[in-house]
Ligand binder design. Structure first.
Ligand code: FAD
Ligand code: NAG
Ligand code: NAG
Ligand code: NAG
Ligand code: NAG
Ligand code: NAG
Ligand code: NAG
Length: 586
């Protein structure tokens, strides 16, 4: 099956790669007892202690290097460097190393002024940056328990890394020990699953996913079984890690809810080194927190069990409209946003791009459970007509014949995402109510006019809310940002730079995004928040923006399960007590 326009739309979804700056970190931290032990500290474990720890995890300890290290002296290796240069934008390659992060800026350290870029001279040093020092390449929960115990006993900075896709850098950390879940790849289907201690419940169909399973292999396994599940539209993002723990949006979300709405059970190694099961019948507070509270915070998830659904039929349609006159283009962006509630009511989900370079809007839309192309055509017709009325517009609309969802999505995905950029994101959830209001779409266009010209912004709209995501309000009680239940769109933009951009210049770009540009978008709906997994790590009122009224309860659950804050990242629950690197308590 061919999906020409949609796969282009997908490449646009995937082409924005991102990263980090630390603009407000202290200079080199003071290492008093409030701080984690770093490699330069006397309290850092001795080589003999690392060796016995390595033996205790069956030799799975790795000394981690940045992925561009073979391109620099003293470890220069011509063949390995060429290979790195060929692959450095492929997420599947980056994800195959514990030191590979999908956004290069998280491999650098502004605090230490360290980088290890692939395109700088061989003679320029390869700094470790925020790449962890050691990783445990875990294949079992028992190894993770050992790693958690060792980090706690030795007071180490501990990070959990799965795919390394995080746009906020939460899976990286300077001077840290990493638990790397990439190799935990079990996928197990059940036709009759009941959560542990819920034996009175009727069995349901489900799939249990190991901590390292990535979306493409999961979609392939689902397609082979004639099943679907609610997970993201990406190849190498993990299904069981930060994705679902942050909520997890999906092209199937409007059909069946958020990914986290469809979780039955997590197994988790907690800060005390125990391996526990969390579901609605046991450890239910942990279960509540793991569905939206964010990755890297409550423990190391070793597996998650989610609902599966019998395969469904699906339609896909796309519109590409280019409107040369800039003011008319903004008028059309308003027409387009006013159309989205109708699109949602017709069962639509999808992704759109507002390109300032070409004055184009492109949307790739999905209609899960729908099989009548005439209905889709009739739905789009008035919008297509409007687009054609603008001066010199170029408009293409097309759709695919109905296809089975599982096979279709599996076909769209080719095994790798395009990553390896330097940037940071900013985002907001936009409510249905706002888009339905008389002046809402026009006010949104004013925002594009104000901040769009900078860096020829590509705004990416994710129509992954509405439908069942909204209907689950009141029926699913979880830590998910309550703004998701009111939202129709998750709107994102990025600010990027080059490897030649100094840390000082990066900080200026990042601060402008956080303090000048993001507030323009946020002001449209001061009570709406943002999606933790695709957002600005420097967001000012992050507790409220990412978790709203759930934040205080999340703090209480954090205190119950991780009193000593072994698991810490920014911006994660309780991180107001820590410096920007999660190394020292304030
Ligand atoms: C190309 C691309 C496409 C994307 N598509 C989507 C999409 O369709 N839908 C969507 O919702 N999001 C999407 N995202 C965002 C995605 O949800 C986040 O990047 C998310 O953080 C990825 O989780 P991960 O575990 O794969 O990544 P990682 O960077 O490895 O981890 C992310 C966070 O989760 C923690 N974590 C990882 N594993 C575990 C574990 N086992 N236990 C506890 N904590 C853990 C880490 O410590 C870190 O805090 C996309 C991102 C990219 C780059
Ligand atoms: C996979 O798809 C992406 C995005 O559509 C594209 O850029 C990339 O080149 C493709 N990779 C392979 C290996 O086909
Ligand atoms: C851990 O032990 C294995 C097996 O002995 C070894 O190959 C590996 O190099 C060790 N790791 C470290 C960091 O020394
Ligand atoms: C940071 O490192 C770069 C490259 O090594 C160097 O040119 C620059 O002067 C350093 N900046 C600071 C503030 O030390
Ligand atoms: C969208 O249309 C414009 C103008 O016709 C064209 O240049 C561009 O390649 C199209 N984009 C896609 C993704 O089809
Ligand atoms: C769609 O419209 C065409 C042409 O009017 C018609 O022949 C066809 O039966 C319609 N299909 C459905 C599923 O309604
Ligand atoms: C800050 O953002 C505004 C609005 O997008 C832009 O006009 C300006 O050039 C930006 N300034 C910097 C320093 O990036």
């Amino acid at each position: 099956m061919k999906f020409p326009i949609l796969s282009i739309a997908l490449s646009a979804i995937l082409f924005f790669p991102l990263g980090l700056t630390t603009d407000d970190s202290d200079s080199e931290s003071q290492h008093y007892s409030q701080c984690r032990c770093l490699p330069t500290d006397p309290c850092w474990p001795k080589p003999s202690e690392w060796a016995s720890f390595n033996a205790s995890v069956s030799g799975s300890l790795i000394a981690v290097k940045p992925v561009a290290s073979p391109c620099h002296d003293p470890a220069f290796d011509q063949a390995a460097c060429e290979n790195a240069k060929t692959n450095y934008k492929l997420s599947v390659w980056r994800g195959s190393f514990p030191g590979g992060y999908q956004q290069i800026n998280f491999e650098t350290s502004a605090v230490k002024n360290e980088t290890c870029y692939i395109d700088t001279p061989r003679s320029s040093p390869c700094g470790q940056g925020n790449v962890p020092v050691y990783a445990v390449a875990a294949t079992s929960p028992a190894q993770i328990q050992k790693a958690v115990d060792f980090a706690r006993e030795k007071n180490l900075r501990l990070v959990i890394k799965n795919s390394g896709h995080d746009y906020l850098g939460r899976s990286a950390g300077r001077g840290s020990l990493q638990i790397w879940t990439h190799n935990m790849n079990n996928i197990e289907f059940s036709g009759n699953f009941t959560p542990e201690s819920c034996k009175w419940k009727k069995g349901e169909e489900a799939v249990t996913i190991g901590a390292g399973v990535q979306l493409k292999p999961l979609y392939s396994a689902l397609a082979a079984k004639g099943k679907t599940a609610v997970v993201g539209l990406a190849n190498t993002v993990g299904a069981a890690g930060g994705f679902i723990q942050g909520g997890g949006h999906s092209p199937l979300g409007p059909w069946k809810g958020m990914a986290s709405d469809n979780a039955y059970q997590f197994t988790v190694v907690t800060a005390d080194g125990k391996h526990v099961t969390a579901n609605e019948c046991q450890n239910s507070d942990l279960f509540w927190a793991l569905r939206g509270g964010g990755g890297g915070t409550f423990g190391v998830v070793t597996s998650v069990t989610i609902r599966t659904f019998p395969d469904t039929i699906m339609l896909a349609a796309s519109l590409n409209a280019t409107i040369p006159d800039r003011n008319q283009f903004y008028s059309f962006t308003a027409d387009f946003h006013a159309f989205l509630p109708k699109f949602s009511d017709a069962g639509g989900s999808g992704y759109y791009y507002i390109f300032h370079e070409t004055n184009s809007i492109i949307i790739g839309g999905f209609f899960a459970g729908q099989s009548n192309p005439n209905a889709t055509e009739a739905l789009f017709a008035p919008l297509v007509q409007k687009a054609r009325e603008y001066t010199n517009s170029q408009v293409q609309w097309s759709q695919l014949p109905p296809f089975p969802a599982s096979v279709g999505i599996d076909t769209i995905l080719n095994g790798t995402d395009v990553t390896g950029g330097l940037s940071l994101l900013s985002s907001r959830l936009i409510s249905r109510k706002f888009l339905e209001s008389a002046d809402g779409p026009g006010r949104l266009s004013e925002v594009f006019k104000t901040i769009g010209p900078n860096q020829n912004t590509v705004f990416i709209g994710h129509v992954v809310a509405g439908g069942q995501v909204a209907r689950n309000k009141g029926t699913i009680d979880s830590a998910l940002n309550p703004s998701w239940r009111k939202a129709l769109v998750h709107l994102v933009f990025a600010r990027g730079w080059e490897t030649s951009t100094s840390f000082q210049e990066q900080a200026i770009i990042a601060r402008n995004m956080t303090d000048v540009e993001a507030p323009v978008l946020a002001a449209l709906e001061p009570d709406m928040g943002a999606y933790i997994n695709e957002a600005d790590l420097n967001e000012r009122h992050w507790q409220k923006v990412f978790w709203g009224e759930n934040y205080d309860k999340l703090l209480r659950i954090k205190a119950r399960w991780d009193k000593e804050e072994l698991f810490m990242c920014k911006p994660c629950i309780g991180s107001e007590n820590w410096d920007a690197e999660s190394i020292c308590r304030k």
